[in-house]
Design a protein around this ligand. Structure first.
Ligand code: B16
Ligand code: MG
Length: 220
């Protein structure tokens, strides 16, 4: 049975922008300072994961243990480095197809919200101009429970004054799709079926993907 969709909740990294490459550079530098070899394939495990959980994954790869104070210092070093990079972003950092879709949604009267784990979302939205196309922003500064907990998306739906079942979640991480499902929303995966097979619709990226196409796919 098809449902009337009135709102779209977007993950940030991996859906609207590619900030994973900056996370990778900053985490790799930190890992090297701790004598840990950290590869691009290891970096895949950090997508959609919180800052502390990301550090814990890197430490476990290198079999290194740090005190809580040392972890705080390591996260600060990484984040300062990451913020220096995203502070140079421009609208050119928006992923192909994302802006077009946001403009179509605005035209169609569909409300939009951000649902990101990142505490740095405000800088990214400001630098890329994406903030103008979002009716609400829910990020790591407003949430206490990480995806797959649905908190981030439930807050977004509530900001938009919509019921969860009137919303669709766009996500590139398996935990994000699980969060959308747990929240009672429809889900669109951006990536591979291998990781996002549970999503109601799936696209490798947003290039050439229109709102009409998505609606048909979700209704079918
Ligand atoms: P920060 P998303 C996530 O963004 C990233 O995918 C993940 O790699 C990062 O650790 C997390 O944000 C926290 O980011 O360190 O900037 O607070 O995919 O939820 O938009
Ligand atoms: Mg993501």
């Amino acid at each position: 049975m098809s449902r009337e969709i009135k709102g779209v909740l977007f993950d940030l990294d991996g859906v609207l922008v590619d900030t994973a490459k900056y996370h990778f550079i900053a985490w790799k530098q930190l890992a090297e300072s701790l004598g840990i070899d950290f590869t691009e394939s290891d970096n895949e495990r950090l997508k959609g994961v919180s800052r502390l959980a990301s550090l814990e994954i890197i430490l476990s790869i290198g079999n290194v243990s740090l005190s809580d104070t040392e972890k705080e210092a390591a996260m600060k070093t990484k984040n300062d480095n990451y913020v220096a990079m995203i502070s140079q972003m421009t609208p050119g950092g928006i992923l192909p197809g994302a802006l077009n879709l946001l403009m179509e949604l605005r035209e169609a009267g569909i409300k939009t919200a951000l649902g990101s784990a990142s505490k740095n979302a405000p800088i990214i939205l400001e630098r890329t101009g994406l903030g103008e196309y979002l009716d609400s922003v829910v990020d790591g500064n407003r949430t206490s429970r990480a995806k797959p907990d649905p908190e981030v998306f439930l807050l977004g739906a509530s900001d938009l004054k919509l019921n969860p079942e009137e919303c669709v979640v766009f996500e590139d991480a398996e935990a994000g799709i699980e969060a959308g499902i747990a929240g009672g929303m429809l889900t669109v995966g951006i990536g591979s079926a291998e990781q996002l097979g549970k999503a109601d619709a799936l696209y490798p990226d947003l290039k050439g993907v229109s709102w009409e196409m998505i609606k048909k796919e979700l209704a079918g």
